[in-house]
Design a binder for this molecule. Sequence first.
Ligand SMILES: [Zn+2]
Length: 76
Amino acid sequence: MEQELSVDLLCLHCQEQLRGETNKIYKPGDTIKCDSCGELNDYERVIEIAQQKVVELIKSQTEGDMTITLDKPDEK
Ligand SMILES: [Zn+2]
């Protein structure tokens, strides 16, 4: 069974969804500007929170009996 999981990237300040700039590839150290409150969000932190959400999502779907590790592709 394959499932695709997707979570929204949320603003660290107002929790609104971050859309970022179209066609821009974000990398560590970048900031994403929030459309709603205009604050800048640290890309790495936003991703970290999104990854935690994915883990929680998977855990809730598997009733918590699965160990999940996430590798950041940029950490080699
Ligand atoms: Zn915001």
